[in-house]
Design a protein around this ligand. Structure first.
Ligand SMILES: [Zn+2]
Length: 315
């Protein structure tokens, strides 16, 4: 009898307890089951690209929530902001963009202006390289590809965050100093690692003109068939004459491999590779870092993986 009672009591216990736990979890949490979507209490910084968001996180630490408009793999040149982006801009305390016209049609500045929020341009103070498309000269927006320019980005972001909250200036500057040391280490590692590629073989053929700063910094010749912007369709910026000249230069320079990019459709580069009789050396991270969990999910990771892909294909 007693044993039976105990059995029943323990049955009831195992039925009731989960219900009690659920009750307290749900009703004692003001956000109920929506807690996983709860917004952080911290002031939010809204960044345009994945690289800018990574730089900002490295300086902000846990003092700010850092959000990014672009998802990994998205193309900043052609992006059209959504109502959700506008809401995030309204929730933010500050916006940060790359600038140099990377954010096509100024979409990040427009989001910040419409929301009435201050905006920092991370590339301010970079000495821009010049690009020429259809006889028109523009500044090359892909400045982050030089770690020395990335250091300028970090200094601008740090100054902006310090203005937002001067009471944590010391900690923001301390994080920035550590990250700047990592950028210097990255720069010297890249130079050492490229030693195995003879200077005559340092030719980088990629989808679009993202790698000029990288090429200039590390002694590569760079050729990109579609020009500086990716356009709204595959191969926008490509002409038959340009296609022919790229194929001919690949053949005459004895290029071993060409590269596709993670933010640009690879179709055109595959056609060029086939026509020129060379292999695709791999996919490079260009205007976007990699997805969460990939080797290229940070700026340092994407630069490291790009260098390894390039060396493996061209050495
Ligand atoms: Zn680009």
């Amino acid at each position: 009898m007693i044993a039976n009672d105990m059995k029943n009591t323990s049955k009831i216990y195992f039925i009731i307890m989960p219900l009690i736990i659920c009750f307290f979890t749900f009703f004692c949490n003001p956000d109920g089951f929506a807690s996983s979507e709860r917004h952080s209490e911290k002031p939010m910084i809204l960044c345009s690209t994945t690289q800018i968001a990574d730089f900002t996180r490295n300086v902000a630490g846990d003092s700010f929530e850092v959000r990014c408009v672009l998802a990994p793999g998205a193309d900043p040149h052609t992006y059209m902001p959504t109502p959700n982006d506008a809401q995030m801009a309204v929730r933010s305390v500050m916006c940060i963009q790359n600038g140099l016209n990377l954010e096509g049609k100024n979409w990040m500045a427009t989001l910040a202006k419409d929301a009435g929020k201050p905006i920092i341009t991370a590339s301010d103070g970079v000495k821009p390289l010049e690009l020429e498309t259809d006889g028109k000269k523009t500044s090359d927006p892909h400045a982050w590809f030089s770690p020395r320019n990335a250091a300028i980005y970090i200094n601008n972001i740090t100054a902006g965050l310090c203005r937002l909250d001067p009471s944590i200036k010391w900690e923001l500057e301390a994080r920035a100093r550590l990250y700047l040391a990592q950028l210097r280490a990255l720069d010297s590692w890249i130079r050492q690692t490229f030693h195995v590629i003879p200077v005559s073989k340092r030719i980088l053929v990629t989808s679009h003109d993202a790698f000029n700063y990288f090429a200039q910094e590390f002694g590569f010749k760079n050729q990109a068939p579609v020009g500086w912007s990716t356009g709204s369709e595959i191969g926008a910026g490509m002409t038959p004459a340009r296609f022919k000249s790229v194929v001919e230069s690949i053949k005459s320079l004895g290029v071993k491999a060409v590269f596709v990019e993670n933010s640009v459709n690879p179709k055109l580069m595959r056609e060029i590779a086939r026509e020129a009789g060379v292999k695709i050396g791999g996919e490079l991270y260009s205007d976007s870092m990699g997805t969460e969990g990939s080797a290229g999910e940070t700026y340092i990771g994407m630069m490291r993986e790009n260098v390894i892909t390039i060396v493996s294909a061209l050495k």
